[in-house]
Design a protein around this ligand. Structure first.
Ligand code: NDP
Length: 339
């Protein structure tokens, strides 16, 4: 199927989130109108005000308090041409797998059901998945995938495993849905699989305690002077990373590009070690405001590349932002917000 071209209207769920605000921006910059769903009117007003000057009248919002509610999206999908579904819990506060599974899975199948019933104009659906949905990083030799960890340990499983399993199940549910209903649906699906996402924050965040999980992680390591970090945290290869602006552009290009339909895209700029970010920041104007970690100790550490973002570079035109630029922009925005 063909992609959706501007000027058309794209629904972005969870539009007040860290990644989603950048997705909204990227879509507005491409000439789309955006309808966002948010959990409260003040969150919607924040995003509306953010874009009012540069994109007057192009962003509007509706309140959808809980994506898992039956028929939550029945109304909102009626007059849109494409959907970017980003809303899903990404926090470490859950105490039961269902804290993650219900909104992640029901939110995803629910919006697809709503589109099938009422979203007659929708031609393209982009779902924000995670690289957690495509491979296991735990490296315990058994290669147990997160769904197994959660199945074995239930509510005793670590929240990170519950979260990662929720992303696996949600993406699987999306692909199962389009496979089972292929005779009925008029849209095609694209999934975006980022690893850890850093980069500047645009979304509303009154205090550091309310920061989204990945920005809070960056802040703790790089900017919190009271934090102490052990060698393993600073020097062990830690999954992959990518800048939020690349993730946002990937969502927008996945809406637009004809050939993206039916594809899964890893959006990744490769593996990282926290010390690499700290060393990069130490070469910038922020050098006196950031944690130094263990400078000079990197050379002994292997830095494997777990996954490749090359397909997204080639097919979605993503030009990955480098570590130094991303680290500087992230640190700068966090210091501006929380001096
Ligand atoms: P945020 O916490 O900033 O965004 C999550 C968004 O989902 C928020 O707007 C949140 O609303 C909304 N949301 C969560 N649960 C519900 C619910 N039950 N009903 C309605 N809305 C809900 O985190 P990110 O921007 O980082 O995450 C966005 C997406 O990206 C998620 O799908 C996440 O899994 C995925 N992702 C993120 C990565 C990262 O490193 N940041 C890496 C890989 C994937 P509210 O804040 O109002 O509760």
């Amino acid at each position: 199927m063909v992609g959706v071209k501007a000027p058309a209207t794209v629904l972005v769920t969870g539009a007040s989130g860290f990644i989603a605000v950048w997705v909204v921006k990227s879509l507005l910059e491409r000439g789309f109108s955006v309808l966002g769903t948010v959990r409260s009117a003040p969150k919607g007003e924040y995003v509306k005000n953010l874009f009012e000057k540069d994109f007057s009248g192009k962003f509007s919002y509706v309140v959808v308090e809980d994506v898992a509610q039956e028929g939550a999206f029945d109304e909102t999908v009626k007059n849109v041409d494409a959907v970017a579904h980003t809303a899903s819990p990404f926090h470490m506060k859950g105490t039961h797998p269902d804290d993650y599974f219900v909104p992640a899975i029901k939110g995803t199948t629910g919006i697809l059901e709503s589109i099938l019933k009422y979203g007659t104009n929708v031609k393209r659906v982009v779902v924000t998945s995670s690289n957690a949905a495509c491979y296991n990083l735990e490296g315990d030799g058994l290669e147990r995938i997160r769904p197994q960890v959660v199945a074995e340990q239930g509510r005793d499983a670590p929240p990170a495993s519950m979260y990662r399993a929720s992303k696996t199940f949600a993406e699987r549910a999306a692909w199962d849905f389009v496979e089972k209903r292929k005779g009925e649906i008029k849209f095609d699906l694209v999934t975006i699989l980022p690893p850890w996402v850093y980069g500047p924050i645009l979304h509303d965040c009154p205090n550091p305690e309310q920061l989204n999980t990945s920005a809070a992680y960056f802040r703790r390591i790089a900017l919190d002077p009271s934090a102490t970090h052990d060698r393993e945290t600073l020097l062990k290869p830690t999954n992959n990373w990518v800048d939020v602006r690349n993730v946002a552009d990937a969502h927008a290009e996945a809406v637009v590009r004809d050939n993206a339909g039916g594809e899964r895209y890893l959006i990744s700029n490769g593996a990282y070690i926290w010390q690499e970010f700290l060393d990069a920041l130490a070469q910038t104007e922020l050098k006196d405001k950031v944690n130094k970690g263990l400078p000079g100790e990197l050379s002994t550490t292997p830095n494997p590349k777990y996954s490749s973002g090359a397909k997204a570079a080639k097919e979605l035109g993503i030009v990955y932002i480098d570590k130094k630029t991303s680290a500087l922009d992230t640190a700068q925005s966090l210091l501006e917000r929380f001096p």
